[in-house]
Design a protein around this ligand. Structure first.
Ligand code: HEM
Ligand SMILES: *[C@@H]1O[C@H](CO)[C@@H](O)[C@H](O)[C@H]1NC(C)=O
Length: 329
């Protein structure tokens, strides 16, 4: 048997450290920033209390960061004169400021506690994780150790996202091409159990829908009447919006799926999830069994959160979440 001398051992160990570090782990900041979880929890809970739209804003921000190129905080970068960043892609423009704000608040606090240690990418994932629980949803396994992207381009987000006007046949490939099954897609869309949509995202379903029907027949007629009133001035006031889940708008539960069965799906894609035979069985399953929804939602959130992570020298720990550490042209 061969004995390895201490020097060889040290060299081997140092050589393999970068490989070990490419793995995300739940306790990544245990030694370098032991108060990581405590600080995130405190800051996001306070923000949610004063501003109840934060949880939904952060969940959608997480989805839009992670679906394209993995969770790497590329969505948080501000545009400048030479670069149109991801957040200014058309599909990302309605993202609510509350999500960006909560991440920046956490970052400020963490930079005082343990400067230069925690990535903005990890903050966004952990904030979404905590906020889902604050509004009654399930915990997913929180994996940490992501680096922040060195690039953020609006063009990378164009045509990558599902739009409410798409058919289910158009929406499915967006998810399956990124490694998600139809069932996982239906579980993820359950995120529409919280938050809101602006009238301009669904108003065409209410006014002059088609030559045959003024209102989209997929809507429950009473619900549609209410939405028409709510959105009557939306062309003058683009901030007019409606809750995604009309029954329990601020609670993370399986009401979204129950609503779909009653014609209470706000976006056309929501209604279509119930009408299409490929997705309807899962809508029914989650409407009947909240535990099953919570289990599947937690699994697919973890899966989305660990897809294509940037680790090692593929990224950096940003000092500010909205700009790269070095300005590159
Ligand atoms: C078929 C797929 C999807 C489509 C077409 C879609 C589309 C939209 C649209 C148009 C809005 C309204 C934006 C606005 O007017 O401000 C919205 C809101 C929202 N979406 Fe989705 N989405 C989809 C899937 C998802 C997924 C997978 C998640 C997360 C897991 C998600 C989470 C949210 C949340 C939380 C809101 C509310 C945001 C807020 O209140 O600030 N969506 N979505
Ligand atoms: C729309 O505008 C009219 C006239 O200014 C006003 O009376 C009405 O309350 C507004 N509706 C909503 C939902 O804000």
């Amino acid at each position: 048997m061969t004995l390895i001398n201490p020097t060889t051992f040290l060299i081997l160990t140092l050589t393999f450290i970068p490989l070990i570090q490419t793995q995300l782990t739940p306790n990544y900041y245990q030694k370098t920033c032991p108060k990581f979880s405590e600080i995130i929890h405190k800051v996001v809970t306070e923000k949610q209390q004063t501003c109840p739209t934060t949880a939904a804003a952060t969940l959608r921000l997480f989805f839009h960061d992670c679906l394209v190129g993995g969770c790497d905080a590329s969505i948080l970068i501000s545009s400048n004169s030479v670069n149109k960043a991801e957040r200014d892609a058309a599909v990302n423009l309605p993202l609510s400021g509350d999500g960006f704000d909560v991440v920046s608040r956490v970052k400020t606090t963490l930079e005082i506690e343990c400067p230069g240690v925690v990535s903005c990418a990890d903050i966004l994932v952990a904030a979404a994780h905590d906020l889902i629980m604050v509004v009654g949803g399930p915990a997913f396994n929180l994996q940490l150790g992501r680096k922040d992207s060195l690039v953020s381009k609006a063009a990378d987000s164009e045509n990558q996202f599902p739009l409410p006007t798409m058919t289910i046949s158009q929406v499915i490939p967006i998810f399956t091409s990124k490694g998600f099954t139809i069932q996982e897609m239906v579980a993820l869309v359950g995120g529409h159990t919280i938050g809101l949509s602006h009238c301009n995202q669904f108003s065409y379903r209410l006014f002059n829908f088609s030559p045959k029907a003024q209102i989209d027949p997929a809507y429950n007629p009473k619900y549609a009447e209410g939405l028409k009133k709510l959105c009557e001035n939306y062309t003058k006031d683009p901030s007019m919006s409606a809750f995604n889940d009309v029954m329990t708008p601020n609670k993370f539960d399986n009401m979204y799926y129950k609503n779909l069965r009653k014609g209470l799906g706000l976006l056309a894609t929501d209604s279509a999830m119930f009408e299409d035979p490929r997705t309807r069985p899962y809508v029914d399953m989650y409407a009947d069994d909240e535990n099953k929804f919570f289990q599947d939602f937690a699994r697919v959130m973890e899966k989305l959160s660990v897809s294509q992570p940037k680790t090692g020298n593929k990224g950096e720990i940003r000092t500010r979440c909205d700009s790269f550490n070095t300005i590159s042209y």
